[in-house]
Design a protein around this ligand. Sequence first.
Ligand code: DGT
Ligand code: CA
Ligand code: CA
Ligand code: ZN
Length: 571
Amino acid sequence: MDNKKVADVLDDIGDMLEIMDQSRFRYLAYHRASQVIRSMPRDLEEVRRDEGLTSIKGIGSGIAEKLNELLDTGQMSYFEELKKSLPGSLTEIVHIQGIGPKKAKIFYEKLGIETIDQLEEAVAVGKIQELPGMGVKTEENIERGLEVYRGYEGRLLLNQAIPIAEHIIDYLNRDGLVDNISTAGSLRRWQETIGDIDVLASTRRHSEVADKFCTYPETSSVLAKGDTKCSILLHSGLQIDLRMIDPEHYGAALQYFTGSKAHNIHLREIVKKKGLKLNEYGLFRIKDDMNIAAKTEEDIYKALGMTLMEPELREDKGEIEAAIDGSLPHLVKLVDIKGDLHIHTKASDGQSSLEEIADNCQELGYEYACITDHAFDLKVAHGLDVKRFEDQWKEIDELNKAFDDFTLLKGVELNIDNKGGVDFDDDFLGRYDVVLASIHMGFGQSKDQITDRIIAAMENPHIDMVCHPTGRILGRRPPYSINMDKIIEAASRTRTFLELNAFPDRLDLSDDQLRAAKQAGSKIAINTDAHHFYHLAYMRYGLHTAKRGWLEKEDVVNTFTLEKLKKLLVK
Ligand code: DGT
Ligand code: CA
Ligand code: CA
Ligand code: ZN
């Protein structure tokens, strides 16, 4: 049983206990344990075997005992009993943003709502707003929550899909059956969520490749099996489509199956005007069916008078025009990244030490890394007070003495309170190298209130960056309502960096927002927000999202040398 499944069970228990009016202390204990297990890079089974469950911070003997049962038998009797005592899919409803256990309980008691379908119906006929203490705004929030929930149903996050795709490609590559192989579709475009995984292989041995693909070990059923196309369903419910094509058509097929659909449709309009046609086998002249290009993507685009654009741009958002007039952006690359400016350690809610972070950042070839533990006001994350930060700085100074071409920077992630204030006074803030500020509470405020809070923080000359600016969690929490134009305008005016949080369930700012920020002259920092050194590798998800936002090296401050970055940090 993987850590995520275990964490989900614990969260469900926490929610059920809250619905059942158990003490805050009891249900929070389950959520805390869940959080720790969810973000743990090691397999829970392994930790249990080596050190025992109670060695994990936040897991006491009571929860450990229940987890032992779950890990041994795949079932937890306590969880099963709780489920029996609650009607319908109340725990499911709790997962919708805007609805906590308290509201779920009211909906059940007053309106008899037990399922998401029933909730949707109630929203549609305006029943929620009539409930005491609710109102139109609550109902609208729930409507948005339902949209997010439905919108992501069945879609996978990049970090769930990419390793699976890589594994399958490795599997198909192993015994020389394929000439060339690549991901295609949304995955190759690094879209933030993935509907199904598309893989394209060039080969002359179609049926052998099809046999191999359809016997992939994780397969639960074969949906289609032919010489050009196969589809399988994995045990996880994920669908994988494989297309096979002869090597001479590989470029055309790759272009076609990479999409996006919108990009392809626009491209074909241009193709048509030239008296040509384009399909997965190549670019052809209509009058005599002569093949003009097919072998590589570059050949196809070149034959259409365009420079090759990277897959991340192919969304029909102006890339075709730019490819024609030679104005495609020079997108930022992973090797351009010189540091990570948002990292937590054990001191707050992270799980790695300063040394581990420093080692791993040097391994990644970084020139610097900024330690940004939470500050005092965020009690749930063991935020640091003045004294503890000063102690941390001493440690950082000591470590820095030993490094040759690497520097740990002293930072903090402040909490923007409900009025736009932050944890520390200006004098103290002046002592950090980098000051980040984020919203961690008060999500329910009005659009103007939240926007003003963030702008107030940006006006503070000590605050260098606003992190995960919209607060969205993909599939779980919609962005809080903010006026993005105003935020971007204030960021460029106050020269505050905006973060692209690379954590795969955030990717916040999103691609379109990044592009708007770039156009307004704002600078972006791509950060992992690592809570374990293992998360430092999430940089790539941020990087590809940045490419989708048309960002170039100059737009991204953590591509700068430390010397240049330091100059920018003086507002
Ligand atoms: P997804 O799977 O929902 O995350 O999104 P995609 O983009 O991977 O879509 P998918 O898997 O349905 O199709 C893969 C690619 O195949 C798509 O990006 C472009 C191409 N494609 C699919 N349907 C059409 C179509 O009707 N017309 C054209 N021109 N291309 C299509
Ligand atoms: Ca797809
Ligand atoms: Ca597909
Ligand atoms: Zn953080």
